[in-house]
Design a protein around this ligand. Structure first.
Ligand code: NAG
Ligand code: NAG
Length: 680
């Protein structure tokens, strides 16, 4: 890490001295924080297995190893899956088989990521997608699940979207020269990649493709989508002729997503009028004959759904929090009508994150992942008939971690147009004074309709146990409060994202969580754009800022359709070839708005192989700041030479970025020499 920082320093000669000083001073602290973070992780661990066909599948981590082992064991006695199902592991249990050990595959690579691992329908083969640079261009290998031997030649230049269409056919997606997923291919195992059949080519460069198997495992769905529009094709796996059939029409502003159960397709449909989506079903043989299962609601957004033989689980958002509602469905042969009597799964914390886990279609058990800022990642199996919920596992946090030492809150700040903006807050009861003197780290994102739900982060306790209050601003442009929340923070309303964040910062100061002298902010990627923008708008409000792989040269990037993520994002930011968008974008794009003024302490990071935010963007931002800023505060630029958009790939190595960031924040606040994190 130091060589990389020094290398950056060599590029920027004028800054070498400052960087070296920082490295020497904060290096020890960084090492200490890294050691703390690592010590919280239970290094040898095993995931809760998922029963699928004749096997339990699970992942295992080992002491000292960066990556995961993918394992399975035979199911000794068949029988229905229940919430109490436990994989036998005793001496009489079937032996564990390691399908793939990422630690072995990763040897000799600085970066290693498995983007997909799919078991073939018979369970005999496994296809996996591997990226060894961080550039998100994958090579797909097929191996024999038992012997690990390669089957056929690897497929090159693939995305991580792969799916089985039978035991000898793979479907996959490739990208064009601007990293846009544009072609769906069919590959017959054993044949040369050059003979693969292109099933569909999406020529419109605003759209990109995605692939998804139905829970019933009878269909593959291909979606073509932009920010506003999405339509779906299907591949019927039982049909000998492997053709993509259009399911929903390509209509501008209509967004559909589909899955299958019995004699029906189930489809979520969003339009301008039904902006939070409705859920409909149609018979397989007449897709125009739709029945509304859940009508559109202004206050509840349908995020997605998961189908089972006898149930449907609908993932919704209401008032800023995610919800899971389970309905029993009529037998598969019968027609479906509007859904009644849904059962909402209960969650305890005031704000939390919940995500669907992998579940078995032919069971009454839904698995979901739950966490909150103070509740470590938990796996629940929920019996959809009885409502019984069983906690299968809660992640161990080593070192006597006790959730009851911490407080999580959901607060609301008021934006300039009176909109109420949710904020999630975490702190340690016995370490904060709440008199305005506590340090705060405020995080934000606010783009692409992404919801940054307040889940658990082990790393953040290196700050929280040093007396920090950690907060997330759920600003417009994200999806936390439904579709409108997103629409009100994009295109010509993008500045709401920034002013909302400023309103959250001011709220935290007004309510005495912190002061300007103790408020630090951070954001990554589009969140890094947020940080750049608010730094230009209100540099006086913050003590320190971290912009990770920040999208800060918005105008230049969006004017260049030959680079990744431009054409596909004109619906997100606007097309600056149109005058109105050009001037609006120019009025907030961070690189174009750096002024001769005082800025807080700033850390900017980049990844050399990053295809999403090219390293030139943050480099340009830093150069502009160095040229114009009038203060003597720290301004660090750290470019990772062995990674892309997602930093380091190993589970320990990836902590180093957080350790570096937190060391920077502590140094900026003058807390670098203070004692260690409070030990329990
Ligand atoms: C199989 O697919 C072909 C081509 O899409 C279609 O014409 C035919 O009706 C399908 N057969 C069945 C049984 O669905
Ligand atoms: C399909 O459904 C529509 C709407 O209910 C109906 O008008 C049409 O006749 C149906 N088509 C067939 C072939 O059954």
């Amino acid at each position: 890490m130091n060589t990389r920082v020094c290398l950056v320093a060599e590029i920027a000669l004028d800054f070498t001295f400052c960087v070296r000083l920082f490295v020497l001073d904060a290096k020890e602290l960084e090492g200490e924080i890294f050691a703390e973070m690592r010590a919280r992780i239970k290094e040898d661990d095993i995931e809760i297995p998922l029963r699928e066909g004749n096997y339990y599948y699970y992942e295992r981590t080992l002491t000292g190893k960066e990556y995961t082992q993918h394992c399975r064991r035979l199911v000794p006695i068949d029988g229905p899956i229940t919430v109490h199902d436990v994989m036998p592991t005793g001496p009489d249990a079937p032996a564990e088989h390691i399908i793939l050990d990422e630690n072995v595959k990763a040897e000799g690579h600085d970066y290693y990521n498995i983007g997909a691992l799919e078991v073939s329908p018979s369970g005999k083969l496994v296809a996996y997608a591997e990226d060894t640079k961080g550039d998100e261009i994958y090579t797909v290998f097929v191996i024999n699940a038992e012997s690990g031997q390669y089957v056929g030649q690897p497929l090159k230049g693939i995305t991580s979207d792969i799916g089985w269409a039978g035991d000898d056919i793979l479907v996959y997606i490739t990208m064009d020269s601007i990293f846009r997923s544009d072609k769906v291919w069919l590959h017959n195992l054993g044949s040369d990649q050059s003979h693969d059949i292109c099933l569909y080519h999406e020529k419109d460069d605003m759209f990109s493709l995605g692939l998804q198997a139905s829970e019933s495992e009878q269909y593959l769905f291909v979606q073509s989508g932009s920010a506003d529009t999405n339509f779906v094709f299907y591949l019927d796996l039982s049909n000998q002729s492997k053709e993509l059939v259009p399911l929903t029409p390509r209509v501008y502003g209509i967004d559909t997503e589909a899955s299958h159960r019995g004699n029906h397709f189930y489809i979520t449909r969003r339009s301008e009028e039904f902006y939070n989506s409705e859920l409909v079903a149609c018979p397989l043989d007449n897709i125009t004959d739709t029945t509304v299962l859940i009508p559109h609601r202004g206050s509840v957004k349908i995020q997605g759904f998961q189908l089972f033989e006898n149930h449907i689980a609908v993932y919704e958002r209401e008032n800023g929090v995610p919800k899971v509602i389970v309905y029993r469905l009529p037998a598969t042969g019968e027609s479906v009508g509007q859904l009644q009597g849904g059962q909402a799964i209960d969650f305890v914390d005031p704000a939390y994150a919940v995500e669907p886990g992998p579940s078995q279609f032919h069971s009454n058990v839904i698995r979901f992942y739950y966490s909150s800022m103070r509740t470590p990642h938990s796996v629940f199996d929920y019996d959809m008939d009885t409502g019984v919920s069983v906690l299968k596992n809660i992640n161990t946090v080593i070192g006597g971690f006790n959730p009851s030492n911490y407080v999580t809150e959901r607060k609301w700040s008021t934006a300039s147009d009176w909109t109420q903006i949710p904020i999630s807050i975490l702190y340690r009861k016995d370490m904060v004074k709440l008199d305005g003197s506590d340090p705060v780290l405020l995080d934000g994102y606010g783009s692409y309709e992404e919801s940054v739900d307040p889940g658990f982060s082990g790393s953040i306790f290196s700050l929280v146990d040093r007396g920090f209050i950690y907060a997330i601003a759920h600003i417009r442009g994200g999806g936390e409060m439904g579709r409108k929340w997103y629409e009100d923070g994009k295109l010509l309303k993008k500045k709401n994202t920034f002013t909302d964040f400023i309103a959250c910062a001011e709220y935290l100061i007004e309510k005495k969580y912190c002061s300007r002298e103790t408020l630090c902010i951070q954001g990554r990627s589009a969140g890094g754009l947020l940080i750049g923008a608010v730094l230009n708008m209100r540099p006086d409000l913050f003590k320190a800022a971290v912009a990770g792989v920040p999208f800060v040269d918005v105008l230049t990037t969006m004017l260049d359709p030959t680079i990744p993520l431009t054409t596909g994002e004109w619906e997100e930011w606007g097309d600056p070839k149109k005058e109105e968008y050009y001037y609006y974008m120019k009025s907030y794009s961070p690189v174009d708005n750096v002024k001769a003024q005082e800025y807080p302490h700033i850390l900017v990071t980049a990844g050399l192989n990053d295809p999403r935010v090219m390293y030139s963007e943050p480099a340009k931002f830093v150069a502009k700041l160095r040229e114009l800023k009038t203060d003597d505060n720290l301004l660090l630029f750290k470019c990772d030479l062995g990674a892309g958009h997602f930093s380091k790939s190993g589970r320990f190595e990836s902590l180093r970025e957080d350790a570096f960031t937190y060391a920077f924040i502590l140094k900026a606040l003058g807390m670098a020499s203070q004692t260690k994190a409070c030990l329990l």
